[in-house]
Write a protein that binds this ligand. Structure first.
Ligand code: ZN
Length: 190
């Protein structure tokens, strides 16, 4: 699947909405992404994870790691296609930790995956967790990058799709200026 087909899949699943939205930050945007609208649809989610697995088929990753909560689903599905194991990193007091007996060995090849990249904070936390074990990060996969290209990694990074999402303070919003009706995501059914 190419980027256009990926974006189309997001739109078909109603996970990626175009319009005029009031974000939780108070800013207005023309794009809204509701990741759990996608993650609750296995038939679509699994197609995206298969594509992600294909993108890293040559990576020799032994273990796929994702951060809670969406990353659990992505890591599991990608690992299933690759025939590898999946574990997940949970929130600890200082960044991410492995619980439930999960661990990595020195030099173990690890693929890090997550659903949507905005600031990259979750992934950076997983990177430092994996590095603390001396494991080797062979790649980073995301379903969707909406960082507008501002987040960079020192590892092979392959988002399935990137979107440019503009946002504005209400008094600078061009959609408000054109009197486009605004939606508060989560407040009603689309
Ligand atoms: Zn507006």
């Amino acid at each position: 699947m190419n980027q256009d087909e990926i974006i189309q899949l997001f739109k078909e699943s109603n996970a990626l909405l175009s319009g005029h939205f009031r974000l939780s930050s108070g800013r207005h945007s023309d794009v809204y992404y509701e990741k759990f609208t996608l993650l609750k649809q296995p038939a679509i989610c699994t197609r995206l994870c298969q594509q992600m697995a294909e993108n890293f088929a040559e990576s020799e990753a032994v273990t796929v790691v994702g951060p809670t909560t969406g990353g659990i689903i992505i890591a599991y599905e990608v690992a299933r296609y690759l025939g590898r194991e999946s574990i997940y990193a949970e929130a600890g007091e200082n960044g991410r930790v492995f619980k439930r007996g999960f661990s990595l060995e020195k030099g173990q090849k690890v693929l890090i995956v997550d659903d949507v990249l905005t600031t990259g904070r979750s992934v950076f936390e997983v990177i430092s967790l994996v590095n603390s074990y001396g494991a080797e990060i062979v790649g980073i996969g995301e379903l969707l990058d909406r960082s507008n290209g501002t987040v960079k990694f020192d590892y092979p990074y392959k988002p399935l799709a990137t979107v440019t999402a503009d946002s504005w303070e209400p008094d600078e919003c061009p959609l408000c200026a054109r009197a486009v009706a605004i939606t508060q995501p989560g407040s009603r059914k689309f």
